[in-house]
Design a protein around this ligand. Structure first.
Ligand code: SF4
Ligand code: SF4
Length: 482
């Protein structure tokens, strides 16, 4: 055999053992001592088999080194030296079925959260004076249901998520849409899974009763303790919303037992006590799942996370991920959904050419019935992929897939985290750089560090309680919407 060299990988340790995250296959493999030695030796430069045997003399037998070389070559962790190939750009040949349709039933909100990407300084669509209606009509909602059922193709279940604005401001249309979707899906032999995101201000007893009876999945945008919630999540007159939403959320959590109710927390520069918020939401409220997302905003806003903020968030996430790991090893539930979602992707060996399903298996629909990349772009003409009446504009979709493929993001081509990150959220890129095709290079250090944390958690769970991971052997229920 000619000289051997390392192939793209990331080495990490978990529970005192060495592992590799292989790029681009996204596989995670544990190393025995001989394989680890081969990898470490090759890290200093290419070597022949004879070189490796000489260096291993007295440490490992010839059989052990040959076995290690064989296994590492088979998994493409090492191989003969070959010229660097450009990343292949493979686009889906046939349209991908629509798994999740996010319906923006209104673009109006009764809160005026300072950091809101929809109404704040970074908004994409003019929801006050623009051409989109403030509320979706039932006619448009029904057309959207027909669009969803058609575009879901052969899939037995379609996922319909209501989004806003504040979804419950258009509760009447929401209810009629659910009834209509149920009836039409039954006629077609399909099921529809319903969910919504709300700020909880309008969760009156009859609304809660409806959501429970209809098994609508609920995610609540809620930032946690009063001092945090009241700082950014305020009514139009500036009053904090904690005292209004807290009892409503508690009632919902008490009554809505058949589906887990999740909380979605926005992290800002002044609000980074992740562990404290997590405790408040799980222990005082009883949320089953809590997901955190750094605020999407231009770097110049005072509440934007800077480098220090990302470091602080990482430390807090890491501590919570440790708790998650211990719980998983002991077979207990832990609701830190950020780590769970990444572990799921790692377990399923996802190597993504696109960061999320936007414009592929997930689409957003504006109040006028325009189809967009996702809910965050709903109503934006520049990010339009058709209408619910005329269907997906395949030429626009192909142009989107072509221009947003990971292969175009040259900075990502040498990054070991790209199977997980793939350049990051288009909306974040649009807000930061004014261009959805750009990679989110402002948070690479954070992404790589967080991916490493998740890899370590994953490997240790796999080592100590692999049965826990079986829950990820089936496909994810629906695209994440946040
Ligand atoms: S955006 Fe940064 S972290 Fe993500 S794949 Fe590209 S280079 Fe890697
Ligand atoms: S990750 Fe960003 S672009 Fe993708 S669906 Fe979510 S908000 Fe939209």
């Amino acid at each position: 055999m000619t000289h051997l060299a390392l192939r793209e990988h990331h080495r990490f340790e978990a529970a005192g053992k060495p592992y590799l995250f292989l790029v681009p296959s996204a596989a995670v493999v544990g190393l025995d001592a001989a394989s680890d030695m081969v990898m470490q030796v090759l890290a200093s430069g290419e070597k022949s088999r004879a070189d490796l045997l000489t260096l291993a003399d007295g440490l490992f037998s010839e059989d052990e080194i040959d076995g290690a070389i064989h296994d590492l070559v088979a998994m493409r962790a090492i191989g003969p030296i070959e010229p660097q190939q450009p990343m292949p750009k493979i686009l889906p040949l046939t349209p991908v079925p629509l798994g999740t349709m996010v319906l923006n039933v209104t673009n109006q909100c009764n809160l005026a959260c300072t950091y809101c990407y929809e109404y704040g300084e970074d908004k994409i669509v003019d929801t006050d004076n623009g051409k989109q209606p403030k509320f979706m009509s039932i006619e448009t909602a029904k057309q959207s249901v027909e669009f969803m059922l058609k575009e879901s193709g052969e899939a037995k279940t379609a996922h319909l998520t209501f989004f806003g604005g504040e979804t419950l401001l258009n509760f009447k249309v929401l209810k009629e849409t659910i009834a209509y979707a149920r009836q039409r899906a039954a006629e077609l032999g399909k099921d529809v899974d319903f969910s919504l995101t709300t700020n909880a201000t309008l969760l009156k007893p009859d609304v809660i009763e409806y959501l429970v009876q209809n098994q609508v999945g609920v995610t609540i945008s809620f930032d946690g303790p009063p001092e945090v919630q009241n700082k950014f999540r305020v009514f139009h007159n500036g009053t904090g919303s904690y005292d209004i939403v807290a009892p409503k959320i508690k009632e919902l959590l008490q009554k809505h037992r058949r589906r887990p109710v999740g909380a979605r927390v926005t992290l800002t520069s002044g609000n980074l006590d992740v562990k404290g918020i997590y405790r408040h939401l799980t222990e005082e409220f009883g949320f089953r799942e809590v997901g955190f997302a750094p605020v999407t905003t231009s770097a110049k806003r005072t509440y934007a996370l800077d480098e220090q903020g990302y470091d602080h968030m990482l430390a807090q996430f890491t501590a919570l991920a440790e708790d998650f790991k211990e719980a998983a090893i002991e077979g207990r539930h832990h609701g830190f959904s950020n780590v769970k979602e990444t572990i799921q992707e790692i377990h399923q060996g996802m190597s993504k050419a696109y960061p999320c399903g936007a414009g592929i298996g997930l689409m957003g629909v504006s109040t006028a019935g325009d189809v967009a990349l996702c809910h965050r772009f709903a109503g934006s003409d520049t990010h339009k992929l058709g209408t619910v009446r005329d269907g997906v504009d395949r030429a626009a979709q192909t142009a989107f897939l072509e221009s947003h493929h990971l292969a175009n993001k040259t900075d990502c081509s040498t990054c070991w985290a790209r199977p997980v990150c793939s350049g990051g959220c288009y909306h974040e890129a649009h807000t930061r750089y004014g261009d959805t095709t750009k990679a989110n290079l402002h948070y690479c250090d954070w992404i790589r560090s967080w991916t490493e944390v998740c890899l370590k958690v994953y490997a240790e769970i796999a080592e100590k309680n692999s049965a826990w991971l079986a829950q990820f052997d089936r496909e994810p229920a629906a695209e994440k919407v946040s």
